[in-house]
Design a protein around this ligand. Structure first.
Ligand code: AMP
Length: 563
């Protein structure tokens, strides 16, 4: 209904349409006058012939004869009547059969269709549009970003140069605007001056053009650009980008962060000021077979937020039992995690290299992050051209068990699968899991929808390019921070919702109502990791929460307005 109203508004507001409707009106008037003359003459000539007919019969005859239907039951008997009939048929053929459809299509139907297209693919946004995000391409990252923006009620618009593509996106329920990305007028029409941010995720060259063009219109608005190559970063900054995100690096770091195998130490996966979220493998430690209550890790200062078990995250409860395959998600300050490490450093020491499959941009970034963490690794790369560290690389197809063996699969604590094809990653996950049931498997995935399949195939951790990329861009919006730990588990901060003010954490019912766990509490004195359950929540103070996408959505639905 709304779209028909918009189309009508567009249709009637155009000057050309008003002219069209006038022409159509004149035509209908002439047609009506012609039919009226025929109607009068019909009755006059019939009377001349001595026939009498009702007014309705006259109208019936005129329409039937003009439309050339001609049943023939009402006929003239004089030559004058027949000549008149011929004239009515000819005028009907011209006016009703030829001109009427033409006029209708030319002056009503075609403009209506045009208006319909214009409503689906506008070339400008309403003048009062503010605080929106301007996007330049729909890809897995921006799709995930749009989902996050919708969660917090932030508006956006996607500018695309091609009308056909815009129409398709509109039908996919994406808010689009048509315009050339190298034309300042496009960004004027997108109300970029009043927008919250421009996010451009096209090729490096196209992103440079976008940044440059936006700057021609507005100096102030933040422009976030993604860069494929390191060399593009200074160029993009020079063109006017305020932040340049290297998604391959972000992704490589995210994959490397997940590695818990090889030791029992904590590995930091997310950081909020002095609050650290870390993972630690329970394999071959005395924690196995006991519940969290029995393990008493709180005495070391750390708190167990939850347990990963082959990709499934379970929030921690006192009676949760730790098993050989559990990877614990811990929260604590740096010194608390250090105490944990001192205690558990002697367990599960592997020293064997981690295997990285694929040496593309993300594989290289993973290897670089491993180097920084001081973890030894071997790379398997199919294409000789792609080898960058020959001393660490086995050239061959990782789908061959012989190559995996050569890379040390039988002893490696972890394999990180980083190829760009989700189906290859699925195949390799199944293969590695089959050859080494106890190895830690970390897989890259491009589309969020493939995450469950990779888990089912046996991956312990899956990092989705779409989610990781979207979170790193979203964080730049400063809506409060958001860090993706893995597989959609997010750490975020928020003001204490007004309905919880004055309540103790233990009485807040937050976890029961939303599934989020409080891992930090910020007051005037700074951030306290793992605040005691008796902490009273004060208005104006901040909470750091952890939860999966559903839990975060539930939190925003219940408390966003109060936070
Ligand atoms: P990218 O396209 O930058 O994500 O890189 C993916 C890398 O993985 C490329 O260098 C591919 O040659 C490599 N790759 C893809 N499939 C395999 C495989 N089965 N074994 C080893 N390397 C692979």
């Amino acid at each position: 209904m709304k779209s028909i109203a918009t189309q009508l508004l567009i249709l009637t507001s155009q000057r050309r349409t008003q002219r069209n409707l006038k022409v159509l009106g004149w035509f209908m008037l002439i047609l009506f006058a012609l039919m009226s003359i025929h109607f009068v003459l019909f009755h006059v000539i019939m009377e001349y012939e001595g026939q009498e007919h009702s007014l309705m019969t006259g109208l019936y005859w005129v329409i039937m004869t003009m439309s050339t239907t001609g049943f023939g039951e009402i006929r003239f008997s004089s030559d004058l009547g027949r000549i008149f009939t011929i004239f009515v048929i000819i005028s009907g053929t011209i006016f009703l059969l030829a001109l009427l459809p033409f006029m209708f299509i030319q002056f009503f139907y075609a403009p209506w269709m045009e208006a319909q297209t214009a409503a689906r693919t506008p070339r400008s946004l309403p003048e009062d549009t503010t605080d929106h995000i301007v996007l330049t391409r729909l890809d897995p990252v921006t799709e995930a970003l749009i989902a996050k923006l919708k969660q917090v009620g932030q508006s956006y618009v996607m500018i695309v140069p091609d009308v056909e593509q815009a129409r398709k996106l509109h039908d996919m329920d994406v808010r689009v605007m048509v315009g050339e990305l190298d034309d300042p007028a496009t960004f004027e029409a997108a109300r970029v001056r009043k927008s919250a941010m421009v996010v451009t995720t096209r090729s490096d060259a196209q992103d440079t053009t976008v940044a440059f063009t936006v700057r021609a219109v507005c100096e102030r608005v933040p422009v976030v650009a993604t860069a494929d190559l390191g060399a593009s970063v200074p160029i993009l900054e020079l063109a006017g980008a305020t932040s340049v995100v290297r998604l391959d690096q972000v992704m490589g770091q995210a994959l490397a962060r997940c590695i818990a195998g090889g030791d029992a130490l904590t590995h930091v996966v997310a950081r909020f000021d002095n609050l650290l979220i870390a993972e630690a493998s329970a394999a071959r430690t005395p924690l196995i077979g006991k519940s969290l209550r029995e393990n008493q890790l709180r005495e070391l200062g750390v708190s167990v937020v939850g347990l990963w078990d082959r990709g499934a995250f379970r929030p921690a409860r006192p009676d949760t039992v730790v098993d050989e395959r559990s990877v614990m998600l811990l929260a604590g300050s740096a010194s608390q995690l250090e105490r944990y490490d001192e205690h558990f450093a002697i367990y599960n020491v592997s020293g064997e290299p981690v295997i990285v499959i694929g040496n593309g941009r993300i594989g290289q970034a993973t290897a670089k992050a491993l180097q920084l963490r001081g973890i030894d690794f071997r790379i398997i790369e199919k294409s000789e051209r792609r080898v960058t560290m020959p001393e660490k690389t086995i050239v061959g197809d990782a789908a061959e068990p012989r190559i995996l063996e050569e890379a040390g699969l039988s002893k490696a604590p972890t394999v990180v699968i980083t190829t760009n094809a989700d189906d290859t990653n699925l195949y390799l996950t199944l293969l590695c899991r089959k050859l080494r049931p106890d190895i830690e498997v970390i897989a890259r995935c491009t589309l969020d929808k493939h995450v469950p399949a990779l888990h089912r195939a046996g991956a312990d951790f899956v990092q989705s390019f779409a989610t990781i990329g979207a979170s790193s861009i979203y964080n730049l919006l400063q809506h409060g921070r958001l860090v993706t730990v893995a597989q959609g588990l997010e750490v975020f901060d928020t003001k204490v919702p007004s309905s919880l003010a004055g309540k103790r954490i233990i009485d807040s019912g937050l976890r029961e109502a939303t599934g989020c766990t409080i891992v930090g509490y910020r007051d005037q004195g700074g951030l306290t990791a793992n605040p005691p359950a008796t902490t009273v929540l004060e208005p104006g103070h901040e909470l750091v929460l952890i939860g999966d996408l559903e839990a975060r959505e539930a939190f925003l639905a219940k408390y966003a307005e109060q936070a």
